[in-house]
Design a protein around this ligand. Sequence first.
Ligand code: FAD
Ligand code: UQ1
Length: 471
Amino acid sequence: MRTSTVVYGKHFKLLVVGGGAGGLGAASKFARKLPRGSVGIIEPREDHYYQPGFTLVGGGLMSLEANRGKQKDLIPKNATWIQDKVQKFEPAKNSVKLRGGDEITYDYMVIAMGVQLRYDMIKGAKEALDTPGVCSNYSPFYVEKHYKEAMNFKGGNALYTFPNTPIKCAGAPQKACYITDSILRQRGVRDQAHMIYATSLKRVRFLLCWDIINHGAIGNQKSKKKIRKHQLVTIDCFDNNILKQYNNFFFHLFGIESYLKSLEKVARDKEIDVRTRRNLIEVNTNDRIATFELLDEEAKPTGKTEQIEYSLLHIGPPCSTPEALRNSAFVDKTGFMDVDGGSLQSKKYPNVFGVGDCMNTPNAKTAAAVSSHLKTIEKNLTQVMQGNRPCMQYDGYASCPLVVSTNRVILAEFGPRGAMETTPFDQSKPTYWAYLMKRYFMPALYWNGLIKGYWNGPATLRNCTRLVKSK
Ligand code: FAD
Ligand code: UQ1
């Protein structure tokens, strides 16, 4: 039986916080393993969105409706839905306080709260989103507007921004830009447009190395040599700041050499004006001007600004973890959940695990990564429940199908050591088959596999294709 009513003084063997991609996947897995009533899932929203579909909605290639599900239909059988929001974590008491005033206790907990879109960190952005010309594929409220703006565009600057914080699906602002380029070409107005991609990232190539982060060795000569051995990219600088590590996972366009080359060609062919080290700080809707602070090599403001007039402004929002998590004992100094990067277990509370975007693991924040997180915590949390130590290591896998036009996709799949491709084909090239996978296969995989706790990522498939390739 599903419960969507207020729950008083309730205790669960496993409490899952967040009913997005990671939370539903985790709840589904454990609701099948544990006796009925053992799993509680806290999620405030009625609607559940397949967010990877937003890119296609913003490009007029899919309806928003097709990407929406009702949470009540998605909560796994055997689990209890607590339709409320965590206000405060009290891990010393194994308890959480809800916005509605209730307290829920647990033996084990999975935190899967995702990230919060922080348009509020850009002066005037929240209001601007309700004015002509301003949109964002990240929000279900403003994603359809992107397509309308592209279809109504008559000329001037079409401006796409990338923030100076970690962001989920860091490829999404680029995808929005490329799709709009295609739409404007199809409409025959591309020559009226100056397309600008303004990113906080720097031009120098920088590799985020998983091993090195996990072993805390960033910055010394030994680690530089270790990275060079992987021969993925040129390494130009190192930094200890975790926040920057997230940012730098993606270079100004992308972090893996083969994908970077391919994307640079896309941006060049499409004549996109890529401007690096620019962070959007203000939107003035009266004059239609976006103000950027210019950043130095350390991603710190230089005190200089640049103003760009826009006809169309697509905002890639800054992101942070939700407030309740940010203010809890679970996080590191960046506000992300502090987990062991291999086991995904909380560093402070061994009965608590993390899944998805809210963790401080250095992978790209994608639903594809969630599939590998789920595989890892299924094994490790079961081990801990049985009184054993976690034995499985997250492999760092993430994927980001880079939509580069209305019918071509680069199916980027990667991990800390470079590309981790599933198919036997060259995935660094934009192809129609990859577009078809993005449009039809991935949504089905999400709704029927990932959130039902059946899809553990493509590692097994990859091993099979590796065998075929090596023959
Ligand atoms: P979410 O799915 O965001 O779920 C978090 C849940 O926690 C939410 O339902 C929220 O309501 C809940 N929550 C928040 N605060 C609280 C609280 N206080 N109490 C209780 N619950 C709370 N990924 C891909 O793999 N491929 C793609 O092509 C891709 N494209 C994307 C394009 C866009 C425009 C966007 C926005 C995302 C894209 N992603 C893509 C990323 C993907 O959607 C996320 O990485 C994935 O949803 C993360 O899952 P999660 O469970 O961590 O967070
Ligand atoms: C994936 O597993 C996944 O989660 C369901 C996505 O999110 C929608 C993806 O976009 C991708 C690419 C994967 C990876 C799966 C395969 C088969 C390459």
